[in-house]
Design a protein around this ligand. Structure first.
Ligand SMILES: Cc1ncc(COP(=O)(O)O)c(C=O)c1O
Length: 468
């Protein structure tokens, strides 16, 4: 096959998959052993395009159709078409977004997008970078705060400084624990602040913990506000956190990986993110509600120009970064923890230009309306109940089995059957001791009828399980 024929066949395959992504089951499930046999991974294929295409077709046939309405498990689904086009161009050009020299268009697009986001959030004299995801964004924010917290920490390590302590809510994402590990704080020095009944950080408890730690001679240096928690979708209250930050001098970071999308609409921003422009740093995934292809993350710093570069750079790198160049200032790699950087800017730029803030804002409002609808249905449908009142974009509920049947065990089995039978893949998590199903809606074309169908499928599967 020549290159032209290969491209034509590939594009036809991709187009067909995309056109049919909502049809049939969301997954043709095979057990790992059966799938391995189907794939015949050991098979030789030197120079054999027919075999490569067979694997590509099998990949598509046995992939989870994340653009299918049954896929309500993760914080993303499918991807925007402009973004998919951007990914194809990114693959075919295959460069590293670390220098202007190697990635001129990507560099300018990344700066353009980051500046647009700094303006959107309202950070002045700020800077930013695209990272590999919010886990990384949270860690880099903690890294910058750590380096600011003690003298020469970057050069001399943590050694002779007072013990640094950081704080997050008990419902924060586990990436913060990882960051405490990686950055040498120790996971015990990431202190968990209790949450109120709605899942929001209790700032009275935070203040009490700050005082206790100071009395112990420790140095509170970083607080992460979760802006849309992973399970319940709760937003930690920013105004009292900002007051505490001003009083105690810690770095206040916002983890908006999921809930940062509220920025896309003025009303939602006022409601969920009051004071966001006063944070020290903020991270947000565009691959979640806004729908860009994975991964598409931004990390923004407020009033700390130069801090990112200072926090992330180390070592002799003149073989790559040529500081005498006029355009060296544009190089994104010097402010990054990576050496090679995947181009994530093109897809992001294309999505932003195509949908605009208006279009994406309308999408996020639509998601919220569907969540309100889902909650109203769950509270009226027999056998279903909310496991926590809805805070924002997360609908936490369960199937209520008859007395004597263990609810956690039953809901776990129910969820697994929905998956195995290719009906849906719904999230699962604990709220306290209660196992809960977590419905997340991130399909732009999802409708009330899809909500009804999904809830009915849970009820039907529950009834079927009870009959067995
Ligand atoms: C609140 C929160 N923070 C951080 C993350 C991590 O994001 P990423 O997968 O981009 O690393 C998630 C992911 O679900 C999240 O829900």
């Amino acid at each position: 096959m020549n290159d032209q024929a290969i491209f034509q066949r590939l594009l036809a395959l991709v187009e067909q998959y995309h056109a049919r992504r909502k049809e049939g089951k969301f997954l043709e499930y095979l057990e790992p052993q059966a799938l391995a046999e189907t794939l015949d991974l050991e098979r030789q294929a030197a120079g054999d395009w027919q075999q490569l295409f067979r694997w590509m077709e099998q990949y598509l046939d046995h992939s989870v159709k994340t653009g299918h309405p049954g896929f309500v498990n993760r914080m993303w689904s499918g991807a925007n078409l402009p973004s998919i086009m951007g990914e194809i161009i990114t693959a075919v050009t295959n460069t590293s977004a670390c220098t202007y020299e190697a990635a001129p268009v990507s560099t300018l697009m990344e700066h353009y997008m980051l500046n647009s986001m700094l303006e959107l959030v309202g950070f002045e004299e700020g800077e930013g970078q695209m990272t590999t995801g919010s886990s990384n964004g949270n860690m880099i924010a903690m890294l910058a705060a750590r380096n600011r917290a003690g003298e020469d920490i970057k050069e001399r390590g943590l050694g002779d400084n007072p013990q640094l302590v950081a704080f997050v809510s008990a419902d924060a994402h586990y990436s913060l624990d990882k960051a405490a590990n990686i950055l040498g704080l120790g996971t015990n020095n990431l202190i968990k602040v209790s949450v109120d009944q709605r899942g929001r950080m209790r700032t009275d408890h935070l203040e009490q913990l700050l005082k206790e730690q100071l009395l112990l001679g420790k140095r509170p240096f970083f607080v992460c506000a979760t802006l849309g928690t992973t399970v319940r979708g709760a937003y930690d209250p920013l105004p009292p956190l900002i007051t505490l930050r001003d009083q105690y001098g810690f770095w206040l970071h916002g983890d908006g990986a999921w809930g940062g999308a509220a920025l896309l609409d003025d009303g939602l921003r006022r409601h969920y993110l009051p004071g966001v422009e006063q944070l020290d740093s903020f991270t947000w995934d565009f691959h979640k509600m806004p729908g860009s292809n994975l991964m598409c993350n931004l990390l923004l710093f407020n009033h700390h120009k130069g801090t990112l570069r200072c926090a992330c750079s180390a070592g002799e790198h003149s073989y790559l970064f040529r500081e005498e160049h006029e355009d060296a200032e544009l190089d994104t790699g010097t402010a990054s923890l990576q050496c090679g950087r995947r181009v994530d800017s093109l897809k992001w730029f294309l999505d932003w230009k195509y949908y605009g803030r208006e279009g994406l804002g309308a999408r996020v409002r639509h998601y919220l309306e569907l969540c309100e609808y889902a909650e109203s249905r769950i509270t009226t449908l027999p056998r279903l109940e909310m496991t926590a009142p809805r805070e924002s974009f997360n609908v936490c509920f369960r199937f209520v089995p008859p007395q004597g049947v263990d609810s956690n065990d039953f809901n776990l089995r129910l969820r697994h059957r929905l998956f195995e039978e290719g009906v849906s893949l719904v999230g699962v998590a604990f709220i306290g001791d209660t196992l809960t199903l977590r419905l997340l809606i991130t399909h732009p074309e999802f409708t009330r009828a899809d909500v009804d169908q999904f809830l009915q499928s849970v009820i039907d599967m529950g009834a079927k399980l009870l009959d067995e």
